[in-house]
Design a protein around this ligand. Structure first.
Ligand code: SF4
Length: 715
């Protein structure tokens, strides 16, 4: 049964531990300041740990709440980091209950705290479910606020403009505008997630949500009914503010979509799902020029010209010329969407000519805006935007900055040109130094082989940052089986996906569906979907057939479904209980070396005589694999098999790093052991403990899955 919404992460283990009779506490490995300590006997001290303990307020107030030593340890570490204004890196395996572990000290500290989560969905869940629960138990009168990026708030000023916009005459858009109008009259927050009838991806929102380009032209004294300003004001006054990484990083990098003044007031910053930060930070410490921004500028200029400078027809022609030049640039990139290094553009005459023409079109537009900008605030804003866009495009024309990756991607009708820092460590470290506060980085997947060196290096974290590494309290050895099939071909051989499917199919049947098949490429996903179509008599759900949330809900509801997905299903997916008992992963998730940013980073490492494979690709892939594998066991009662098909786990020396970074499951290379595991799961539960622990099996508990130490050490 799907459970992500609604069930607090922190309660789950307790509720079912008593039922299953499973010891909830597996001694946690913990290190402070990098030093190994054997203090598993000693419970952590501190107010937060006590409150989360056996005699604490949570056990008293929440039915089925089970104290977990790992949770108490994390809470104690967060509490002391906040008290000392220190940095802390904390990995907490699934089921530790890290949300409560950081919320308790955050609510008790009496300081201003900002909590950032990976997505808006998690942000809402934290603010609407977890936070009120902790606040109620603690009984603290805390003022909390939820703050999202501008684009999540209705702009009444733009809504007024949208009513007369000829581009919105379409009946569907008109009906959506009617819904928004009715909601606008009664909403207090202006947060568009309140409008369940209109998806957040709907085009209409682009016309009526806040956008810094418009805010810049809006008079200060008109801000009384502005939702963005109200949310920002509330965040400034609140004790605890919940944001998401996009907004957090926009603020940190002082980007326009951020708010700037919220972060500096914080005494503590808690970053959940912190494993996402290095990648996401690359986008915010860089720059992006998109055809969409250009088209918005061209169309806004025409709108403002018609309103405030009707006689300036050359201005309209210049705006139309800009849009045409942009379309020509898109055509010059070629029909097929692609993502590549800017180096390809530099050697392509056709693209260079198209880029030159686009820069000339900006010159022409700016020349026409110059005498007209003073005729209206809208035109003035268009002039500012045109200057900024032209300057950014000029940087691509020169492409001379060192330490920066220039790259582009094209879509069906548009394109984006990006400047990404080769390394976010330096700007992130600088931004951290500019915000003297406690910094807590937490996630279920930060370490590689029990070390945080990779995460530290990617964000440039200070040497004195503390560390705490806490295992999941779940009984992986008994409840989960890691299966690496024998005799798999090399992953780059032509029949590889077929071999994965042939090995997986009998196990999918043995599990009665209840399976996730996670692929590392869309090509493999399509091949698998086609191949399984005639062979599986089970409800099958394929990524792309429906929106992700709907697909997951249908999968969980079916009870015997098979779901096929790529990267977006490797993390942030929480299916608990019997609906998911088999996770099949086709290959080790190495990022494609064809990715322009990765390729540039790899070249830079080679110049420093570092092996990009060992220093970058393996650690990245380990973290990605831990995320994918983490889909299997989500609750104390969950049982299942993780099937890792990639033979490099065994044949290459580095395979050990992957295996030893995963939770300590029983391991096997025999399909009949997996069959027996599922056969026991399907038996009605009796008194035999093996019924609850289907992996207890002489052939399975031996660590017969291990990397061969003498094999070659590089791919
Ligand atoms: S400042 Fe004005 S333009 Fe900006 S979001 Fe608020 S109401 Fe809209």
């Amino acid at each position: 049964m799907s459970q992500s919404p609604g069930q607090p992460h922190d309660q789950a283990p307790g509720a079912s531990e008593a039922k299953a009779g499973v010891d909830p506490i597996v001694p946690a490995a913990e290190r402070a300041d990098g030093a190994a300590e054997d203090d598993s006997e000693q419970l952590p001290g501190g107010e937060s740990a006590e409150l989360l303990g056996a005699d604490g307020a949570f056990a008293a107030a929440i039915d089925g709440f089970a104290p977990r030593e790992a949770q108490q340890r994390l809470a104690a570490a967060v509490e002391s980091a906040i008290a000392d204004g220190a940095a802390l890196i904390g990995e907490a395996g699934t089921g530790v209950g890290k949300t409560f572990a950081y919320l308790v000290p955050a609510l008790l500290c009496g300081k201003k705290v900002i909590v950032s989560t990976g997505t808006r969905h998690l942000q809402d869940q934290l603010f609407l479910k977890d936070l009120p629960r902790v606040r109620d138990v603690l009984g603290v009168p805390l003022h909390a606020a939820l703050l999202k990026g501008r684009a999540n708030y209705l702009c009444r000023h733009r809504l007024r403009h949208a009513r007369g916009n000829p581009a919105l005459r379409d009946p569907v858009l008109q009906s959506q505008l009617g819904t928004i109008d009715a909601w606008a009259a009664k909403t207090r927050s202006g947060d568009i997630s309140e409008v369940a009838e209109i998806p957040e991806s709907a085009m209409v929102w682009q016309y009526v949500t806040s956008n810094s380009d418009f805010c810049a032209e809006h008079e200060r004294d008109e801000l009384d009914d502005c939702f963005v300003h109200a949310a920002r004001r509330e965040a400034q006054e609140a004790d605890l503010v919940v944001v998401n990484h996009h907004l957090f990083l926009a603020d940190l990098a002082i980007k326009e979509e951020g708010y700037g003044e919220v972060l500096p007031s914080a005494d503590a910053l808690i970053l959940d799902e912190a494993h996402q930060l290095p990648e996401t930070a690359g986008n915010f410490f860089g720059e992006r020029f998109t055809s969409r921004q250009l088209i918005e500028l061209a169309r806004d200029t025409i709108g403002e010209q018609l309103r405030d400078a009707a006689d300036a027809v050359d201005l309209r022609f210049a705006a139309e010329g800009l849009e045409n030049a942009s379309r020509d640039l898109r055509l010059a990139f070629g029909v097929e969407p692609r993502r590549a290094s800017w180096g390809e553009v530099e050697g392509d005459d056709k693209l260079q000519r198209a880029l030159g023409k686009l820069l000339l079109a900006y010159d022409e537009l700016l020349a026409q805006l110059e005498p007209n900008a003073a005729r209206g605030k809208g035109l003035e804003s268009c002039q500012r935007r045109a200057r900024e866009q032209a300057a950014l495009l000029g940087r691509f024309h020169d492409a001379s900055e060192t330490g920066t990756v220039y790259w582009f991607e094209t879509y069906r009708t548009g394109y984006a040109l990006s400047l990404t820092p080769l390394d976010v460590a330096a700007p992130f470290r600088k931004a951290m130094a500019g915000l003297p506060a406690a910094w807590v980085f937490t996630s279920a997947t930060l370490s590689v082989g029990g070390e945080f060196a990779h995460f530290r290096a990617r964000l440039g974290l200070p040497r004195e940052a503390r560390e705490v590494l806490l295992d999941s309290p779940f009984d992986y050895r008994h409840n989960a089986l890691l299966y690496v099939p024998q005799e798999m071909p090399e992953p780059n051989s032509p029949g590889y996906t077929r071999a994965v499917l042939e090995a997986a199919l009998p196990l999918i049947r043995a599990a009665g569906g209840r399976a996730f098949l996670l692929f590392t490429s869309h090509r493999a996903l399509r091949e698998a979907a086609d191949w399984l179509l005639d062979r599986l008599d089970l409800p099958t759900f394929v990524q792309g057939d429906k929106p992700k949330r709907e697909l997951l809900a249908s999968f969980a509801e079916s009870g015997n479904g098979v779901l096929l997905g790529t990267h977006s299903f490797w993390e942030g997916v929480d299916v608990r209980g019997e609906a998911l008992q088999l996770v099949v992963i086709d290959k080790l998730p190495f990022a494609s070396p064809g990715d322009p940013v990765l390729a540039a980073r790899m070249q830079a490492m080679q110049r420093q005589n570092l092996s990009p494979f060992f220093h970058y690709q393996i650690p990245q892939a380990v973290i990605a694999l831990k995320q994918g594998a983490g889909r299997l066991i989500r609750d104390v009662d969950d049982r299942g098999v993780l099937m890792l098909c990639d033979p490099r786990l065994i044949s290459r020396g580095y395979g050990r790093v992957f295996i030893h970074s995963l939770p300590g499951m029983s391991r096997t290379r025999r399909a009949d052991t997996v069959q027996r595991f599922f056969a026991r799961l399907r038996q009605p539960a009796g008194d035999d403990p093996a019924d609850r622990h289907p992996a207890i099996d002489a052939s399975a508990t031996a660590s017969d899955v291990d990397a061969h130490p003498d094999q070659e050490t590089e791919r």
